[in-house]
Ligand binder design. Structure first.
Ligand SMILES: Nc1ncnc2c1ncn2[C@@H]1O[C@H](COP(=O)(O)OP(=O)(O)OP(=O)(O)O)[C@@H](O)[C@H]1O
Ligand SMILES: [Mg+2]
Length: 237
């Protein structure tokens, strides 16, 4: 087993002084891959993402990026190391324009980021059309594009997405998945939580089912789709 590019390894921990939410939970992703985390509501998927991004302290376990132990780094320090994160909620500034949201995403950069904005407009052309509109006025799918675009502004080496297709129609979900696949083909590994389990497993190179803060099933997306227990418990048969 070689070391994954990004791994939250054997993470145990919870919020503040509260009980442990994660129990020896491991999630990882490698270059060229889309890794997907699925599981029931409250399973700890977002908590595992936040722990990997440094938004809560793990009591045991570690997080490593490109072979470096980053367990004790702040989220901001992890962004500087190359992590991009799109949280499940409050992932845009609704009263700011689309373009201002992208500019905010570049907050750690001191170089000229104009060409990155153009790359994001090429990836999500609708955002170019709506660049001067308040992000809060956009549709759900368009707001998610703003959120992903904002995270791409730091030119991350790995992208963490928590439910990027939440609240969008099946057609828009397919479009967002296509864009996410496109981002992964540019060489950015993607670790994402998805509530559309079946569709997400279909595009997953690596997949995790989390239950009650622990790894319940791990495999390729295809393997989990074919696993009778996963099908029965999580995919509706
Ligand atoms: N900020 C917080 N402080 C305390 N407990 C929290 C906090 N956020 C989540 N929890 C608790 O942690 C557990 C896991 O929640 P989490 O949000 O990680 O689940 P999830 O798998 O992402 O669920 P969903 O599918 O609804 O997004 C739940 O019991 C939840 O109540
Ligand atoms: Mg969640």
């Amino acid at each position: 087993m070689t070391e994954p590019f990004l791994i939250g390894d054997n993470m145990t921990g919870g919020y503040g002084r509260g009980p442990d939410i994660l129990h020896n939970c491991t999630i990882a992703v490698n270059p060229g891959e889309i890794a997907v985390i699925v599981g029931p509501n409250g399973a700890g998927k977002s908590t595992a993402m936040k722990a990997t991004f440094g938004m809560l302290n793990v009591r045991s376990g570690s997080v490593r990026l490109d072979g470096e132990d980053i367990t004790n780094l702040s989220p901001q320090e992890r962004v500087i190391k190359g992590m991009g994160f799109v949280p499940q909620v409050r992932n845009i500034f609704p009263s700011m324009t689309v373009e201002e949201n992208l500019e905010m995403g570049a907050y750690i950069r001191t170089d000229d980021f104009r060409s990155t904005i153009e790359q994001i407009y090429d990836l999500f052309p609708i955002l170019r059309d709506k660049r001067n509109q308040a992000a809060g006025e956009l549709s759900g799918g368009q707001r998610q594009q703003v959120a992903v675009g904002r995270a791409l502004m730091t030119q991350p080496k790995v992208l963490l997405l928590d439910e990027p297709t939440a609240g969008v129609s099946p057609v828009v979900m397919d479009e967002l998945f296509d864009r996410i696949i496109e981002v992964s083909r540019t060489g950015i590994p993607i670790l994402m939580v998805e509530q559309n389990a079946k569709q997400a497993l279909e595009i997953a190179d690596r997949a995790y089912v989390l239950v009650q803060g622990a790894n319940a099933h791990t495999g390729t997306g295809k393997e989990l789709l074919a696993d009778p227990e996963v099908r029965r418990s999580f995919l509706g048969g």
